[in-house]
Design a binder for this molecule. Structure first.
Ligand code: UDP
Length: 236
């Protein structure tokens, strides 16, 4: 029996990149979608917020001299490309998926409509939220917290390259150990980076737990939703 009925998965754009330095790696997206398909087949309701950092980040455009808000809109468009790739890959695996975008692109995807998204999830479709929150100066982490709260999920699953939250950076400190669970307050006191500050504050306020786990470990997503020991759970 799965440990959850309804979850939101936050995938960074980089998760689609594999070992490439840019864009979408077909083998990587295929493996990821296979993990998602396995989880959806358990009957769990799942939505995804997809990032765009593998294609464009507003902060990089800003640093290069662009108007930051314009660069952020470009970043949101990057998430749209990833969302379409993800939808296509899921459909090829026989999983019904719908992209809903926070910025209108009516010829291509549905606009974000909360009740419709909830309905899709109830029908077992994977809803992919594109264009983040639809606002510049925010991130897709914040979109994950926001949509997670709106959909009424039990947990936000933050897929990263590291398999949880450590006492210090495990790449630099060989004595670093991983937390199985940690409270929001402990994470603040210990100055541990979980999600960006806005996303973290929203989850804490809504008492919405965050599970940090590695997307690079095969089968990790399934173990997380089955409630097996995996990653770090941040809770109130
Ligand atoms: N972005 C934004 N508002 C949002 C979400 C995203 O302006 O609500 C822009 C921002 O420029 C960001 C880019 O989209 O750099 C890609 O999103 P993000 O960096 O969160 O992607 P990830 O790091 O998860 O791949």
């Amino acid at each position: 029996m799965p440990a959850y009925k309804k979850v939101l998965l936050k995938l960074s754009g980089e998760a689609l990149m594999g070992d490439d330095s840019y864009g979408i790696n077909p083998g990587t997206i295929d493996a990821m979608v296979a993990d998602v398909a396995e989880v959806v087949q358990t009957g769990i309701q799942l939505a995804i917020v997809i990032g765009g950092g593998n294609i464009f980040r507003g902060v990089a455009g800003g640093a290069a001299g662009m108007d930051r808000a314009t660069a952020d809109y470009m970043g949101m468009l990057a998430t749209m490309m990833n969302a379409l790739a993800l939808q296509d890959a899921l459909r090829q695996k026989g999983v019904e998926a719908r992209v809903q975008s926070a910025l209108r692109m009516d010829q291509v995807v549905e606009p974000y409509i909360r009740p419709k998204a909830i309905r899709h999830m109830e029908e077992g479709k994977v809803v992919i939220f594109a264009a983040g929150t639809g606002n510049p100066f925010f991130t897709t982490d914040t979109a994950a917290a926001l949509r997670g709260a709106e959909m009424g999920v039990e947990v936000v699953l933050k897929a990263t390259k590291v398999d949880g939250i450590y006492t210090s950076d495990p790449k630099k400190d060989p004595t670093a150990t991983r937390y199985d669970t940690i409270t929001f307050d402990e994470a603040i006191i210990k100055n541990l980076q979980v999600m960006d500050a806005t996303a973290f504050a929203l989850c804490r306020d809504r008492k919405l737990p965050i599970k940090v786990f590695s997307i690079l470990k095969p089968g990790a997503l399934k173990r997380v939703v089955m409630g097996d020991s995996e990653g770090t759970l941040v809770h109130v």
